[in-house]
Design a binder for this molecule. Structure first.
Ligand code: MN
Length: 235
C-alpha cells in the first residue's frame, strides 16, 4: 500500500490466494503501530506483502541513488506487526518486500539495488514477463520446511524485485537461492511457521501453480493450528 495518493492499494492476488486456501484475509491500515500488540491478539497469522522499498535507515544505511519509493508509515506499522507476531509465535508468511522486512527486523540488511550493489553477476530479477509467469530458477535447501511443502529442490519462480536480502542473521535459515547467489527464501529456525520468499507465489497461485498453492495451503494450515492451540489454552 502507498499513502502518497491518500488511498491504500493492495494487489488482489494476495487476498484471493488466502481466500482460495480457505483463510479469511483482513487488511491492516497504517498508523496503528502502537496497537500492534493488541491487534496481533485477534489474528491467527500474518502475511507480509510486497510493495515499495524499505527505508534504509531501518538497517542503518544512507539512501543509495537507486533506492526506489519508500513509505515510512508502512515500514513503521509492518515492523511493529512483525515484532508482535514473532513474540506470539504467530504463523508468518512473508513475500517479496516481506522477506526483506523480516530480515531487517531480525538484524539483517539489504542490497538497496541489486544491479548497483550485488558483488556477482545478477540475473534479471525485474522480469519483463507477466507477473504470474515463472522467470528464473531457485534451488531449495532440502533441510527446509519450504522443501517439505514444495517437494522439489529446484523450481521456476517469478521475479519482480530490484532489492534483495544481503546479510542474513543467524536466527534465519537460508532456504533458497537463485543461480547468481541472490537470497530467494528464508525461514526462522525453531519457530512453528515462518516462511519468507523473494518471489510472488500469490500471483502464481491464482494462476493455478501447484507449488504456490501448496505454500498458501501450508500457511493457512499453520494459522488453523495456531488458532486451535490458543483456544485450547484458554479453556
Ligand atoms: Mn528473483
Amino acid at each position: 500500500m502507498t499513502k502518497s495518493d491518500k488511498k491504500y492499494s493492495l494487489n488482489v492476488p494476495y487476498v484471493q490466494a488466502i481466500i482460495d486456501a480457505g483463510g479469511l484475509p483482513l487488511c491492516i491500515p497504517f498508523g496503528i503501530e502502537e496497537d500492534a500488540d493488541q491487534l496481533t491478539n485477534t489474528i491467527d497469522g500474518l502475511l507480509l506483502t510486497g510493495g515499495v522499498d524499505i527505508h534504509p535507515h531501518f538497517f542503518n544505511e544512507e539512501p543509495h541513488p537507486k533506492l526506489g519509493e519508500v513509505s515510512l508509515e508502512r515500514d513503521q506499522v509492518e515492523i511493529a506487526l512483525a515484532k508482535a507476531a514473532l513474540e506470539k509465535k504467530l504463523p508468518i508468511f512473508a513475500i517479496c518486500r516481506g522477506i526483506q522486512l523480516l530480515n531487517i527486523v531480525l538484524g539483517g540488511n539489504l542490497y538497496q539495488d541489486i544491479n548497483a550493489q550485488f558483488e556477482g553477476e545478477p540475473l534479471l530479477h525485474s522480469q519483463k514477463a507477466e507477473r504470474h509467469q515463472a522467470s528464473h530458477f531457485v534451488t531449495i535447501n532440502s533441510e527446509s520446511l519450504l522443501f517439505k511443502i514444495i517437494g522439489n529442490d529446484r523450481i521456476a519462480v517469478n521475479s519482480l524485485h530490484h532489492q534483495a536480502v544481503k546479510d542474513v542473521p543467524n536466527v534465519l535459515l537460508l532456504t533458497a537461492k537463485s543461480s547468481d547467489g541472490i537470497v530467494e527464501a528464508l525461514e526462522l529456525k525453531d519457530y512453528p511457521f515462518c516462511i519468507a520468499v523473494q518471489w510472488h507465489p500469490e500471483e502464481m497461485a491464482v494462476a493455478g501453480d501447484e507449488h504456490s498453492k501448496a505454500l498458501f495451503a501450508a500457511f493457512i494450515e499453520a494459522c488453523n493450528r495456531f488458532k486451535l492451540s490458543t483456544s485450547n489454552a484458554s479453556l
